[in-house]
Design a protein around this ligand. Structure first.
Ligand code: PGA
Length: 247
């Protein structure tokens, strides 16, 4: 019932030229896959060219961030309307690097999620605890608050996607074990049930992210509540990302 989504987050990597050659190769490698959503999230400079290259393919385009206002004096920012104009379908919001490096908080992220939904983009809201929070027994509290504050005042959730990305697993080579991840996905579904209702919660895809590779995807995706993955490092190479897509 829930869609499986395999998303690649390229972060601040790849020039336009590198992006185009990567998606050319990826398109061929995954062209027969029809039962899941595949998406790549290139850096902002490459979005437009990658979007043009992906036209007519089974790969969607995602952005890594956006501003919540439609336009105005926000130097360096990009709006939802600008992303829509170039064919962007998804937008990653509240990624741990945005939270920790750029100090985005839940109230800012909440505004972005609202704007994404009202603009017709599909937000991928990222949540996840740090190692310190986990070790101090605060994981449940942190993840629940990120969800309830990040989703406050939102009623139209039909395009909402959640990604659980434990901060300690991102780019570290340390993946959460499938059962550790599943435990948090079950918690997330419970919290979504309390925020919306159980039926709505059952329909929301919850992705796992944090050192996902071709070697660990099968075990992760076989968990009942893991409905896809958000992949950083291993999504930069067409072959390794295609192996994850084909899991
Ligand atoms: P990683 O990054 O796969 O390199 O750990 C995941 C992410 O930040 O989305």
């Amino acid at each position: 019932m829930r869609s499986i989504i395999i998303a690649g987050n390229w972060k601040m990597n790849k020039t336009i030229g590198e992006s185009i050659s990567m998606v050319k190769e990826l398109k061929t490698l995954v062209r027969d896959i029809g039962d899941r959503a595949i998406l790549v999230c290139p850096p902002a400079t490459a979005l437009s060219s990658v979007g043009a290259e992906l036209k007519g393919s089974n790969i969607s385009l995602g952005a890594q961030n956006m501003h919540f206002e439609e336009n105005g004096a926000f130097t360096g920012e990009i709006s939802a309307g600008m992303l829509k104009e170039i064919g962007v379908e998804y937008v990653i919001l509240g990624h741990s690097e945005r939270r920790h490096v750029f100090e985005e908080d839940d109230s800012l992220i909440n505004k972005k999620v609202k704007t994404a939904i009202s603009s017709g983009l599909k937000p991928i809201l990222c949540v996840g605890e740090t190692l310190e929070e986990r070790e101090n027994g605060r994981m449940e509290d942190v993840v629940s608050t990120q969800l309830s504050d990040g989703l406050g005042g939102i009623e139209d959730i039909k395009n909402l996607v959640i990604a659980y990305e434990p901060v300690w697993a991102i780019g570290t080579g340390k993946t959460a074990t499938p059962s550790q991840a599943e435990e948090v996905h079950v918690l997330i579904r419970k919290v979504l049930g309390a925020i919306f209702d159980d039926e709505i919660s059952e329909g929301i895809s919850i992705l796992y992210g944090g050192s996902v590779k071709p070697g660990n995807i099968k075990e992760l995706i076989s968990q009942d509540n893991i409905d896809g993955v958000l992949v950083g490092g291993a999504s930069l190479d067409a072959k390794s990302f295609s192996e994850i897509v084909k899991c």
